[in-house]
Design a protein around this ligand. Structure first.
Ligand code: PMP
Ligand code: GLN
Length: 379
């Protein structure tokens, strides 16, 4: 058959994880925790399965979980969402992103994507007949160049993809960023898909500022989250989308034909688990310790870096060391040094090579120490 995505192969995450496995390397490539989730959360799932919660969940999510998600946003950001009409539970943030893009983008619409960008955004836009318009983030801090974003807006701009905290770069949006976005899109029919899956992983006393905390932006935002990162359950594939009712109505029309609904016992378990906010509020500190351990060790390597501001990824530069393409270096390091990483060029539509690698530090401290020891061998 003719391909609808002729230039797209298997995602880098699958490629590098397989390479790590084949060469018995430490896998700091694909982003997933190297430790298990909480025994109590697992017990809850078992309990709900045994109680017979094993048939289809309501299409938009079980009411208990939708309420808890709405309460979390109210408590943290003082913004109200109606759990019945404005919160939808989906099978991972990947589905939320795809459904939100599909609900919004028509043939010929332009969608602004800030690069480097998570790999699912542009394909989702293209499969819906949209045209991705790529705007580079500033090097080296990956902040947003607002003049460039403003210049990229045309009559056809329909959507802007936002990701804070940012994967792969860790940039965390500031109030100034939110205000700028509101300013340049005021009175325009431009929507926002905001990918905030690392909402609870921000460092050095920073605060995650969701788009929905800005009264103007809130009205036009699909806010996408995931329990995968927050509770160490990337394999459960449960996420959510908060959006004002008119947007949620359209979002749900797509969700109901993509997956219809999401795992019932896991939704009940998560609703119960979310009761205690300390279960996600300690995550900043938990990951900050890992980031600090990893960055302290990186100082003994030849890489250059600035400690990441959020997410569980650290970017390093080797531009001063070699001319080798980042993809080639990532593959070679996996085979020869025994540590797998992600080449950052894969997050650019034209594979722009800034000689950067991304490491995931969501691993046990012993694994991180071992990886750091190996990375010191690179000169
Ligand atoms: N967005 C970003 C920025 C991610 O890093 C990921 C994966 N970790 C996702 C979306 C997908 O999340 P999920 O696994 O819930 O589909
Ligand atoms: N989000 C994860 C990462 O950035 C990977 C998710 C996936 O494998 N699709 O590494």
């Amino acid at each position: 058959i003719g391909s609808k995505l002729p230039d797209i192969g298997t995602t880098i995450f699958t490629v590098m994880s397989k390479l790590a496995l084949d060469y018995n390397a430490i896998n700091l490539s694909q982003g997933f925790p190297g430790f298990d989730t909480y025994p109590y959360l697992k017990d809850l799932v078992e309990e709900f399965i045994n109680q017979g919660y094993n048939q289809y969940a309501p299409m938009s999510g079980v009411p208990e979980l939708k309420s808890r998600i709405a309460s979390k946003v109210l408590n943290l950001h003082d913004v109200e969402f109606d759990p019945e009409d404005e919160v939808t539970v989906v099978s991972g943030a990947t589905e939320a992103l795809y459904a939100a893009v599909t609900a919004t983008v028509r043939r010929g619409d332009e969608v602004i994507i800030l690069e480097p960008a998570y790999d699912s955004y542009a394909p989702a836009v293209r499969l819906n007949g949209g045209i991705p318009v790529f705007v580079p983030l500033n090097i080296p801090d990956f902040s947003v160049d607002w003049q460039k974003v403003k210049d990229a807006i045309t009559e056809k701009t329909r959507l802007i993809m936002v990701n804070t905290p940012h994967n792969p770069c860790g940039y965390v949006w500031t109030q100034e960023d939110l205000d700028q976005l509101a300013e340049i899109t005021r009175d325009k029919e431009i929507y926002f898909v905001s990918d905030e899956v690392y909402e609870h992983i921000v460092f050095d006393g920073r605060k995650h500022l969701p788009l929905l905390s800005h009264p103007e932006l809130r009205e036009k935002t699909f806010s996408c989250g995931s329990f995968g990162k927050t509770f160490h359950i990337t394999g459960w594939k449960i996420g959510y989308c908060l959006a004002p009712k008119p947007l949620s109505v359209e979002f749900r029309k797509i969700h109901q034909f993509l997956t219809f609904s999401t795992s019932t016992p896991m939704q009940y378990a998560l609703a119960e688990f979310l009761e205690d906010p300390s279960r996600y509020l300690f995550l900043d500190q938990f990951y900050q310790e890992k980031r600090d351990l990893f960055c302290n060790g990186l100082k003994q390597t030849a890489f250059r870096f600035t400690p990441t501001r959020g997410s569980f990824f650290q970017i390093v530069s080797y531009a001063h060391l070699s001319e080798e393409r980042d993809y080639d270096l990532a593959v070679r390091m996996t085979k020869e040094i025994g540590v797998a990483s992600i080449p950052v060029s894969v997050f650019y539509h034209d594979n722009k090579d800034h000689k950067l690698l991304r490491f995931c530090f969501a691993k046990g401290n012993d694994i991180l120490e071992e990886a750091l020891g190996k990375l010191q061998k690179l000169t």
